[in-house]
Design a protein around this ligand. Structure first.
Ligand SMILES: [Mg+2]
Length: 447
């Protein structure tokens, strides 16, 4: 009778994906396997879950000979790249290796990592990470670390799916029940942020981030300072303390002007100022922190624990923002998060990217006690041609309630990718580049 009740392929597949196979499902699944030609991936998941149900055969036995067989990259709108890693067991993992504006360079770097991966056991993530990082003699930097990051994410996705649990379970389990997210407001040239905040508040957000300035000279005018400060003053006048917001200086502000702007903005009590100066000027972080009470944040342009080591040592930052798709993936960012915790520095992973990158961030957030905020890209000004959930099947798991997102329940990273849609989108990928800005005198400006 139970079998009849469950005789619905979609329900059965849902139960497979959620790791909730029962005896009744098993009986039904057996029928399904032999009469309805299940895909090899589903068959593998089914077998793993039967093993977990009955403990009749060891998981290690089933996966002992598992090997990585193929890496496939898809460059897609708006400016993302997804990576699929295939295994001979039929389990696949998804990652998001990308540097925005250098997708093809990262794609080539991923391909050049293949000799470290093809034929290897995907379970040995730590060893594969070090092979990719140390094996090539030269290491670090945005391109190589982004390639490693996406591969690392896909390997964790595979491991979670093999064991039938979300990645955060393999990392020690949840440290919180829900994660606070924030939303971007305004674009590259911030204007009309009041209307943007009003509309996002109606969608449930109470925490925002906006760009602090447009291009700013190394020594700029009182008019430029006034324009930046007036925008922030308008936000506090309109919303009082009912919202919180961070201000992204985006590396556009020189060290001399950062000192001026931080002092002028202090009365409006922003939650943080991000990249008050570029990471290559990190020696200014402690000096600026000594001149302001505004918490300083940075990290999206730091690529490993070795880059972060220097800023932890020098001090000045209150929040670090490693990007899970740029800083070596889940393996490396868990270590960066733990280092930050030891320095009483909060974690707020950078993520203006796609669904796999966000899922990877959340795995780290949910096991890191010092994680305070998660960036996410719904409605961000960069999302031209595709939105965060366009390539996702299980969109319901990305629901944001009162600004909080719950742990994804599905195994691995918890994202079911609509591969047909990804393949279709990859046939005509955009060549996204950030604009090249110039100052009034014709010299190149930081974007
Ligand atoms: Mg930023």
């Amino acid at each position: 009778m139970v079998i009849i009740n469950l005789f619905n392929v979609d329900i059965f597949r849902q139960r497979l994906r959620s790791g909730m196979v029962t005896d009744a499902d098993a009986e039904f699944g057996t029928v399904h396997v032999f009469h309805f030609h299940m895909g090899i991936h589903e068959l593998f998941i089914f077998a793993v879950q039967l093993i977990r149900l009955h403990s009749c055969w060891s998981l290690e036995h089933l996966t002992a000979s598992m090997k990585i067989t193929k890496l496939t990259t898809y460059r897609i709108a708006p400016r993302w790249m997804l990576l699929k890693i295939d295994t001979d067991a039929g389990i696949v993992g998804w990652g998001e290796p990308i540097i925005e504006g250098r997708a093809r360079t990262v794609e080539m770097a991923v391909q050049e990592m293949q000799p470290y991966l093809i034929g290897q056991d995907p379970a040995r993530i730590n060893d594969l990470w070090h092979a990719m990082y140390r094996g090539g003699f030269y290491r670090g930097g945005s391109i190589l670390m982004s390639a490693i990051a996406g591969i690392d994410q896909a390997l964790w996705d595979i491991k979670g799916k093999v064991h039938g649990v979300p990645v955060y379970q393999l990392l020690g389990g949840l440290v919180r029940d829900r994660m606070k997210t924030y939303s971007w407001v305004g674009g590259d040239r911030p204007s009309d942020v009041i209307a943007g905040i009003t509309s996002l508040r109606n969608a449930g957000f109470d925490t925002f981030k906006l760009n602090g300035t447009e291009e700013l000279g190394m020594i700029d005018s009182a008019m430029a300072i006034d324009a930046a400060v007036e925008r922030i003053a308008e936000i506090r006048a309109a919303f009082g303390s009912t919202i919180e917001f961070g201000i992204d200086f985006h590396g556009r502000v020189s060290a001399p002007m950062a000192k001026v702007l931080l002092r002028e903005l202090e009365p409006y009590r922003p939650l943080f100022v991000e990249e008050p100066v570029l990471a290559e000027q990190a020696e200014y972080y402690p000096r600026l922190a000594n001149s302001t009470s505004i918490p300083l944040a940075a990290g999206e342009r730091m690529y490993s624990r070795f880059d972060f080591k220097n800023v932890f040592h020098q001090g000045g930052l209150s929040i670090v923002q490693p990007d899970l798709s740029h800083a070596g993936g889940i393996t490396e960012c868990c270590k960066i998060a733990a280092m930050a915790e030891a320095y009483e520095i909060a974690l707020a992973p950078h993520c203006p990217l796609g669904p796999i990158a966000l899922a990877a961030c959340l795995q780290v957030d949910f096991v890191s006690h010092n994680a305070v905020l998660q960036e996410q890209s719904i409605g961000i000004h960069y999302n031209q041609g595709a939105e965060l959930l366009d390539y996702v099947i299980n969109r319901e798991d990305f629901k944001i309630t009162n600004g909080y997102i719950a742990p994804f329940p599905k195994p691995g990273l918890g994202v079911e990718i609509d591969e047909e849609r990804v393949i279709a989108a990859s046939l005509n990928p955009p060549d996204w580049r950030n604009p090249l800005w110039r100052h009034a005198d014709g010299s190149v400006a930081e974007w």
